[in-house]
Design a protein around this ligand. Structure first.
Ligand code: ZN
Length: 230
């Protein structure tokens, strides 16, 4: 007896037909490859929007060119005499293209996005809701330094300017840590892009940890700059 095959929706390339000419489309696409008509927004990820491979070291020039090409093709002027549906789809596609571009052109957002696609759960760097949960996530090797820095920041806030140079020095130190961290992150990008499944899985875990630490350092430096008025 043949075993049941479990088909998962996400693993199956659902054949999509063009609403206008009914020709089946091979890939998720914004426009029909046969009649060029705009298609309703399909379930596609941001990499697929630009027909780019799911990698971390993207060619941003290619990304930018593709963004402008799609934006021109979706421009409202082109749909002035189209059907109501086509106009709606072109607007929805435009929103998708804009979101995809904003996310992929920024290397950190791109990394966070790819990790989420790969099923990793990561913090929200851009959610703006960081201050409360943050205290519990001080990287253990930084506990002492962060504690001291926070004390100095408090005193500086209360007007004790004598600590200014100490805080500046601490800021520079954390800035250097951030640079070092970014080099490590870049090495993981290469490992992910070029590696086999095992290497990728290791790289993913590393990136999640690096991004957590990065988020922490980023917030810390934001506080330092705010207090220093820089
Ligand atoms: Zn078509």
């Amino acid at each position: 007896m043949a075993p049941f095959k479990i088909v998962q929706a996400s693993d199956t390339a659902v054949p999509v037909k063009c609403w206008s000419c009914a020709v089946a489309q091979n890939e998720s696409t914004l426009f029909c490859s046969t009649c060029s008509k705009v298609q309703p927004p399909l379930r596609m990820d941001y990499f697929q929007v630009f027909q780019l491979p799911r990698i971390l070291r993207l060619d941003v020039d290619v990304l930018e060119k593709e963004f402008y090409r799609l934006s021109r093709k979706l421009h409202p002027d082109r749909y002035a005499r189209a059907t109501e549906s086509e106009r709606e789809w072109s607007l929805a596609d435009t929103a998708l293209v804009n979101d995809a571009y904003r996310t992929l052109q920024d290397p950190i957002r791109r990394t966070e996005y790819l990790l989420k696609l790969e099923g990793e759960s990561i913090g929200e760097e851009h959610s703006g809701k960081v201050s409360n949960s943050r205290a519990s996530r001080v990287p253990s090797d930084l506990l002492e330094e962060v504690f001291e820095l926070n004390m100095q920041l408090d005193e500086l806030r209360e007007g004790d300017a004598s600590l200014r140079s100490d805080v500046e020095a601490a800021g520079q130190k954390f800035e250097a840590m951030l640079d070092e961290l970014d080099s490590k992150l870049e090495a993981e990008w290469a490992r992910w892009d070029e590696g086999d499944a095992t290497a990728r899985s290791t790289a993913q875990k590393q990136m999640v940890a690096l991004l957590d630490r990065r988020r922490y350092l980023d917030n810390l430096l934001r506080d330092v700059k705010k207090v220093l008025g820089a």
